[in-house]
Write a protein that binds this ligand. Structure first.
Ligand SMILES: Cc1ncc(C[n+]2csc(CCOP(=O)(O)OP(=O)(O)O)c2C)c(N)n1
Ligand SMILES: [Mg+2]
Length: 513
């Protein structure tokens, strides 16, 4: 017999979904059985739902198509929410499957019953599957929703009886809706803006490809405009591409970087705002009087728009980019963000994927990344920490196999540490560089900025992760990932070389002074 669960999965497969990050329970057992029968679907267990949601996000960013997330009713899905939030900010295409009580059992308010719609509405589109026959059309609609524009989250709520009942319907294939082309008027308006003094392109959003970045380089070279990047969910980086500065995180340098802008061309992003509101500091980072013109929104065809703008400003096909500073020699001595950044930039193999949840320690690496071998950087834009290790899991899954390096702050790693086990079980090629500063450093920086650094032991105890120190090398070992601890830049360089040469996951605990 073909069940609703079979129809759901065969429709997913027909639409090109090949991976499911799952943490099931009793209401999902028919899906578990159907996954067993679904040829071509790689099913990966996560030991916490935040691992599954973050992995689906990382997978989507690298593969450019959705994976499935599978969750156990409201409580299971609730555990996944912080990384659903990040996925929403990344505009990742994701299809979530959320089991629910059998339809006739719902009214009895059994222990695991809850308001699932209240949770799914918070992060995306939602559709409840009516019965087994509806499973195919529902999956097709979810797929189209998830793949509209840059991408979004589509949630399917699955009553257990709709999954176990039989159906004779055929699977429904859906195709990606994709991005919208940019209108000629928007290109013309941006080209006119770039002829003015004080013109700047502000680029970022879901994805900046090599082709897009080369077009931006051509535009900059021929118009002399400034190009500022916001942090981007996925960006190609390296000495083979034009280098653009990334806008600073803290408000004062952010506002300073944009102070001279008279006309801003927004490309894949809305106008930049400060991460938080601070008393007396404007939320909008561009000068009030600066004109804003949108060339392309996050859902638009950025490659096409950038190429069209390059033509419109009469940019030559190739331009000479300014010389890139060579990477410094391998440093020695204690590890700090600066020595770590150089060491990692030097060690990057061509084609690496760098997951950056480095929080307060990542600046120097990002600076040197533009002088390093060609690689991809994925940041965590939503600001919900605990996205890095799960994203590394997801990024390591789609072919072609590319080595993943997770620059991972310690406090954030502790939220979703179970990711290490999935890396071990799936033998994913991930090297975790665990940035062990033993504190919530960024909160100390914020306290200092707010003039609150003289606070007492209670406050200090809320940003200090010591007493006891987390033993990351041992934790990794416990989850099945070979771990080691290093204290100097030379030791880190040697550990990276070994980890990157061997297949499978590794963790290097880099103790920062
Ligand atoms: C889900 C979630 N919980 C809490 C926070 C608040 N928060 C932001 S940064 C941070 C500490 C980060 O510490 P760590 O990962 O060690 O990075 P470091 O600041 O040391 O570089 C916390 C608790 C958050 N952003 N998201
Ligand atoms: Mg820390």
């Amino acid at each position: 017999m073909t069940t609703g669960a079979d129809l759901l999965l065969s429709s997913a497969l027909r639409s090109g979904i090949e991976v499911c990050f799952a943490n099931p329970g009793t209401t999902e057992l028919d899906l578990v059985a159907a996954l067993d029968r679904a040829r071509g679907m790689r099913t990966i267990l996560g030991l916490f739902e935040g691992v599954c949601s973050g992995a689906a996000d990382g997978y989507a960013r690298m593969a450019g198509r959705p994976a499935l997330g599978l969750f156990h009713l409201g409580p299971g899905f609730a555990n996944s929410l912080a990384n659903q939030h990040n996925a929403r900010r990344h505009r990742s295409p994701v299809v979530n499957l959320i089991g629910d009580q059998a339809s006739w059992h719902l009214a009895h308010d059994a222990p695991l019953t809850s308001d699932i719609d209240a949770l799914t509405g918070w992060c995306g589109w939602t559709r409840r599957v009516v019965d087994a026959d509806d499973a195919g059309p529902a999956m097709a609609e979810a797929f189209r929703t998830a793949t509209t524009g840059a991408g979004r989250i589509a949630n399917l709520v699955l009553p257990a009886d709709a999954m176990w009942s039989g159906t004779d319907r055929e699977p429904v294939a859906a195709s990606a809706e994709g991005r919208r082309p940019v209108a000629d008027e928007a290109v013309g308006s941006a080209a006119a803006a770039l002829r003015r003094p004080g013109a700047a392109i502000i680029a970022g959003g879901a994805r900046l490809s090599e082709e897009t970045l080369r077009s931006l380089g051509r535009i900059r070279a021929s118009t002399g405009c400034a190009v500022h990047l916001t942090r981007t969910a996925r960006i190609e980086v390296g000495r083979h591409l034009p280098a653009f500065g990334e806008l600073p995180y803290f408000p004062e340098p952010l506002l300073g970087a944009l102070a001279e802008v008279e006309v801003a061309v927004l490309f894949g992003v809305s106008e930049p705002v400060t991460f938080f509101g601070y008393e007396g500091v404007p939320s909008r980072a561009l000068p009030t009087e600066a004109e804003r013109r949108t060339l392309a929104s996050v859902d638009d065809d950025l490659e096409g728009a950038a190429a069209a703008l390059a033509e419109a400003v009469g940019a030559p096909a190739t331009v000479t980019e300014p010389d890139r500073p060579p990477l410094p020699d391998q440093p020695d001595g204690p590890l700090d963000p600066a020595t770590l950044g150089v060491t990692v930039a030097r060690a990057l193999p061509e084609g690496a994927i760098v997951i950056q949840e480095s929080v307060s320690s990542g600046g120097p690496f990002r600076k040197w990344s533009t002088s390093a071998a060609p690689h991809t950087i994925m940041a965590i834009l939503g600001g919900a920490i605990g996205g890095g290790l799960p994203a590394a899991v997801g990024a390591a899954v789609p072919p072609p196999d590319r080595p993943v390096i997770a620059l991972q702050a310690d406090g954030s790693a502790a939220y979703t540490v179970q990711s290490l086990w999935t890396m071990a079980r799936e033998q994913l090629d991930v090297t975790v560089v665990l940035l062990a500063n033993r504190r919530y450093q960024i909160l100390d920086v914020e306290l200092h900025r707010a003039g609150m650094d003289g606070l007492g032991d209670v406050a200090k105890g809320l940003t200090d992760l010591g007493r006891p120190d987390l033993d990351w090398a041992a934790l990794a070992g416990g989850f099945g990932v070979p771990g080691q601890r290093v204290h100097t830049a030379t030791e880190l360089a040697a550990a990276l070389e070994r980890s990157l040469a061997e297949p499978g996951p590794h963790l290097v605990e880099a103790v920062l002074g």
